[in-house]
Write a protein that binds this ligand. Structure first.
Ligand code: HEC
Ligand code: HEC
Ligand code: HEC
Ligand code: HEC
Ligand code: HEC
Length: 478
């Protein structure tokens, strides 16, 4: 009896020590985090930390220093109509983004407010008027325009040399709002504003400042589209982000195919000259779900076309299958059209997967992979191309502020490919021809993530079939 209670006491002590120790590690970790953040804050290079956005003199701006896009539309009507409905114009109102931003505000005690805001609603951050109140982010009207004309065209430089990794990231842009609009021309004249040539605007290094997301809380690079591009054949050939995302879709597809820069003659201003080259402003990537939700049908349509141009499939098997024996098939997915990995960016959320169906002559299914279950989730064991984010304890999470590493990051590099193998038993009594069909499918979010962010009544998410391939194989009777 005595011995037993002694054991219990010891066990309790051990448990307490473990609990205390783990609390201590947690505290040390939080302190380390705070210290890391303070260290960067202390160097005074980034007054709007944890966003790395800044102004020329480091002082906050006021919203009225920025002109509303509607003003620009008076003369740049075509460009305005392209931009309106883009994910840039919706970067603040995007319901998927705002839902996650709000969760972050609560779970990090406001630490992510400016971090996320710096890219999705920069004017709110540099005007110091972004407030989280009554479960809503409130800011000026111009900040709600997201990534807008005057934001991009008053950028004077990137401060990438001062960032923690000396790479463009977390909105490392320096703004100089006012009358000078910076752009790609050396000889333009406008009655409304001054103009200035900016080499930065003609390069991927401009986009890079926002298309590289680094989470200072865990020191983790979560989105790296620019890095993926930088070490690709596209960068070697001088093909910039602008050549695919600021060009009509047919020209972007041609640029990817031929590895040459496209040109697009046009008139960027109703009162200006005809130009040899002009860049369009739809900024379409792969997101077709949110544009459709926000009635930007044109943008949603281009996103679908872009997805359908991104990949190719090849199926290979033995010449014939034998009944009663295990047969294998290999499906090769090649990234032919994206200037970065496929998928890219928010890879911990996006889903691109292989749907394989093998049917006999009577239409009976012999093998299948990549089906959706009744809840709309992709069935276990399917081949999905994306990243698996985990928190410090190794638990799966999609919350950017919790992710400490990717357990895997299964994406396909530019012009690269991935080969996936499938094995299936050919029933002993089966004869005739088998039909093998592979479809590469894409959706913006797992159904469960959409349900979590958008709440009850979230409709079933649409899926795009990016590309497909079929072959027929004869079964040899054993
Ligand atoms: C460095 C700039 C940057 C920062 C900082 C940033 N984002 Fe983003 N965010 C982007 C870009 C660029 C995209 C578009 C990429 C894509 O579509 O895959 C994006 C897309 C998203 C999306 C997907 C929206 C959709 O409609 O599918 C969500 C959700 C999101 N961000 C949430 C956040 C949250 C929450 C934070 C802060 C914890 C944050 N972002 C911080 C640049 C940033
Ligand atoms: C009254 C008409 C008018 C308005 C309003 C106007 N612009 Fe312009 N803008 C022009 C003209 C004209 C040009 C020269 C076009 C050319 O040379 O091809 C121009 C050129 C530009 C350029 C190219 C600069 C370069 O050198 O590369 C940018 C960028 C630009 N405008 C941005 C804006 C923005 C942003 C707004 C709204 C805040 C705006 N414009 C409002 C008339 C206007
Ligand atoms: C995400 C940043 C971004 C936003 C938002 C943006 N632009 Fe641009 N714009 C650019 C870049 C980058 C270029 C130059 C592309 C190049 O030359 O490679 C450009 C080029 C231009 C030009 C020169 C002609 C051309 O099309 O090449 C004009 C004029 C212009 N933009 C006006 C506008 C107006 C008006 C708006 C809002 C309706 C707007 N921009 C929104 C980044 C932006
Ligand atoms: C000030 C920050 C900023 C700059 C600069 C910027 N972007 Fe973005 N971009 C964003 C954010 C934020 C989003 C995501 C909005 C969302 O999904 O809610 C986005 C979305 C996009 C998308 C749509 C992604 C999708 O899922 O379909 C494309 C394409 C894109 N940007 C291309 C570019 C290109 C090309 C440039 C450079 C010419 C550029 N961006 C410069 C912040 C920026
Ligand atoms: C050769 C053409 C090409 C180039 C160059 C290119 N892209 Fe893309 N991009 C695509 C295609 C095709 C897609 C759609 C498939 C996908 O999601 O990768 C895409 C998708 C995207 C998306 C949407 C991802 C999502 O999850 O919704 C973003 C953001 C993006 N690109 C940004 C960039 C940036 C930033 C650069 C430059 C660093 C760039 N792209 C260079 C072709 C290109």
């Amino acid at each position: 009896m005595k011995k037993k209670s002694f054991t219990i006491l010891i066990s309790l002590l051990v448990i307490c020590t473990i609990a205390f120790a783990s609390e201590k590690t947690e505290n040390t970790q939080t302190n380390e985090k705070k210290e890391r953040i303070q260290n960067i804050e202390k160097n005074e290079k980034y007054p709007f930390f944890p966003s790395l956005i800044n102004t020329k003199d480091g002082q906050p701006t006021t919203p009225d220093q920025f002109e509303d896009p509607i003003v620009c539309s008076g003369c740049h009507s075509e460009i305005y109509n392209q931009w309106k409905g883009s994910m840039h114009s919706n970067a603040f109102v995007d319901p998927i983004f705002t839902a996650l931003w709000k969760v972050g505000a609560k779970e990090t005690n406001g630490l992510t407010d400016k971090l996320c805001g710096g890219c999705h609603s920069a004017v709110g951050v540099i005007s110091n008027d972004l407030v989280f109140k009554d479960n809503e982010f409130q800011t000026s009207d111009i900040a709600k325009e997201g990534v807008h004309c005057d934001l991009c065209h008053t950028v004077t430089r990137s401060s990438f040399k001062d960032t923690p990794t000396n790479e463009p990231q977390n909105a490392s842009l320096v703004l100089d709002p006012g009358n000078i609009k910076r752009g790609p021309y050396k000889d333009s004249v406008s009655p409304h504003h001054e103009t200035e040539y900016s080499d930065l605007h003609t390069k991927s290094e401009f986009c890079a400042n926002c298309h590289q997301v680094y989470h200072p809380i865990n020191n983790f690079h979560i989105e790296r589209t620019y890095d993926e591009w930088k070490f690709s054949v596209y960068a070697q050939k001088g093909i910039q982000c602008q050549d695919c995302h600021m060009m009509p879709i047919e020209k972007a597809i041609e640029a990817a195919r031929t590895l040459t820069r496209p040109v697009n003659p046009g008139k960027p201003c109703i009162m200006g000259p005809e130009r040899d080259n002009m860049f369009t402003h739809e900024f379409v990537g792969a997101n077709f779900t949110v544009p459709a939700l926000l009635n930007a049908e044109k943008h949603a349509g281009i996103a679908v076309e872009r997805l359908k141009s991104a990949a190719e499939l090849e199926i290979s098997t033995e010449q014939t299958f034998k009944s009663g024996v295990i047969a294998t098939l290999a499906v090769k997915v090649t990234n032919v059209g994206a200037g970065h990995n496929l998928p890219t960016s928010l890879t911990e959320v996006r889903q691109m997967w292989l749907d394989i169906k093998v049917t006999d002559q009577n239409g009976n299914i012999v093998f299948t992979s990549g089906d959706l279950d009744d809840e709309g989730n992709i069935k276990e064991g399917s081949i999905i191309f994306n990243a698996h984010g985990v928190d410090k304890d190794g638990h799966h999470t999609i919350k950017p502020w919790e992710i400490t590493r990717f357990e895997y990051n299964k994406t396909i590099p530019p012009k690269g490919s991935a080969t996936e193998k499938f094995a299936m038993m050919i029933p002993p009594d089966l004869a005739g021809i088998l039909d093998i069909k592979a479809v590469l499918r894409y959706r913006s979010y797992p159904q469960a993530v959409a349900n979590f962010l958008l709440g009850e009544g979230t409709p079933t998410l649409p899926v795009v079939d990016m590309t497909q391939k079929s072959i027929k194989v004869e079964i040899e009777k054993q």
